[in-house]
Design a binder for this molecule. Sequence first.
Ligand SMILES: Cc1ncc(C[n+]2csc(CCOP(=O)(O)OP(=O)(O)O)c2C)c(N)n1
Length: 633
Amino acid sequence: MGKEDKYLLHQIYSPEDLRKLKVHQLPQLGEELRAFIIDEASKNPGHLGATLGTVELTMAVHYVFNTPYDKVVWDVGHQAYAHKILTGRREQFHTNRKLNGISGFPKMEESEYDTFGVGHASTSISAALGMAVASSLLDENDRQHIAIIGDGSMTGGMAMEGLNNAGVTNSNVLVILNDNGIAIDKNVGALKEYFAHINASKTYNHFRDFVWKAMGGKTKYGKNSRSIVKQIRKAVKSSILNKNNLFEAFNFRYFGPVDGHDIHSLVKILRDLKEIEGPKLLHCVTVKGKGFEKAEQNQVKFHAPGFFDKTTGEPITSNSSKKSPPKYQHVFGETIVELAEKNPKIVGVTPAMPSGSSLNIMMEKLPKRAFDVGIAEQHAVTFSAGMATQGLMPFCNIYSTFMQRAYDQVIHDVALQNLDVIFCLDRGGLVGEDGATHHGIFDLAYFRCIPNMIVAAPMNEKELRDMMYTAQQGGLGAFSIRYPRGKGVMIDWQTSMETMPIGKGEALKQGDKVAIVAIGHPGNDALSAAQLLEKEKINVAVYNMRFLKPLDEALLHQVFKSHEHIITVEDGTIIGGLGSAVEEFKNEHTYTAKVYKLGVPDQFIEHGTREELIKICGFDIDGIVNTVRKAIS
Ligand SMILES: Cc1ncc(C[n+]2csc(CCOP(=O)(O)OP(=O)(O)O)c2C)c(N)n1
């Protein structure tokens, strides 16, 4: 026997292999899975805490249900590493989130076990319900549909919409609520308090267990199982207690709360639930970071910890003594506090991303004026609009990719009514390893076409600060400021508070035949490219537009009048963004200079490092240099 044979994990290439194990072997498999995930994540960063909390749930679901015939839908999908490993991707797992490697989220084209692509929260119930309705229309009535959703994601409106719809169908949907009491930061809102309340109160479950037992045994039904279950359902339905349970009010059968780490109980109850038709919800209580002490102790940090020592849990950081520039999010977090201390109208809003956006700095210093509203982007925007009607000045900070969720609210509730709401879009542009579901590449295009909307993108930390200072002066309507993930450039920013003329760009460098017109952080690469070309005696002009809307037409007239080749550079979709705007301007004014558009092409960009992806899209320094060379050749 080889040394490796003692590992159960090594025998598992699909859930079919898993189902060959005896139930009593599952705890050992769970330990091996955890050790494997911790080891991999320590050297190849990704999401960790959520996945450690769902190890038992994942094993139990694949053990009991007939996947992939039965459909398991993960919500967000950051907790699905054990699922990936048990469904044939253990040997590729070291490529997780890397260029050409497997995705950090479930993805339909990657595996038949990934029934639905995810990355954004609160989609699982709707998707599973859609599958269930399809199964019944296609006469596949024995198929099970399981949505696994966290307590944080359950706060999203779409989860409620899914429950509301599912409750009036007789679809075979099982929602598993993975309640660990935390989102990325602490979970918030009334629902969270409700979960805590039902965790503490066992009344309902005692009643259910009583009925269950009275009807003849808990787990084995035999021939009459259907009718027994129907009678139980009738009894439960007629109970005066049931409408006190939120999920029962949605016409779901509610079971739980159960210990989501007790694999034996999980297997038992899932086997039971398999026999019950119609919508049902199993409430599991789990611990985020389970089984790794540091991750259990510091759940926020270990949501996505970066490199760490797998023995001690200590972070591993590069020990370069070079001072590095601050992250853009940090500049936002510090600046909003400073501005708010001077301007009492300022309030801050985040949908469940206090530490990701750095609004947590304001939440700490000015707790009454900074709001985490839960995973609820639509609400965050309209809530901000409501405050704006009363004269407050909301800074609504939403990651670019999640702002997609709230598009109508931006148009209908803010821009149409010309309300002063400042949108700070973090993670604008390609974000790297999170991949296609998370790139913030559409915002420049989707905001540019909205009337009354100012669309700004700073080239560095100082510009971000000045844009925020300018926006809060008020009377400007909807004002969006988008900035990228990660660090700025080394520039003095802390003391700057300058008003930026709206819709005015600047010339960074004069040149001859070629001009590069950039917006946002890529302006730095445009400048570096021009400096490189200078060494070859190619003199290229560089312009920083700062605003995509209103567009600095006076500056563009100047650019078109004095150059033959115009290269636009943006960290966003070429369609609809700066390149489109410049080309429209050219056509309108019948200029003849040739326009070359660099940015994100018309395709979804997968995962990899940001640098790799920018290179692939061709707007890195080399890409810009090559475009200039081609233009003048
Ligand atoms: C629409 C949307 N908004 C925000 C996020 C960022 N996000 C990723 S995971 C997460 C927390 C999810 O909490 P929960 O569902 O409880 O899962 P847990 O991490 O606790 O297991 C958030 C806010 C997202 N993925 N999608």
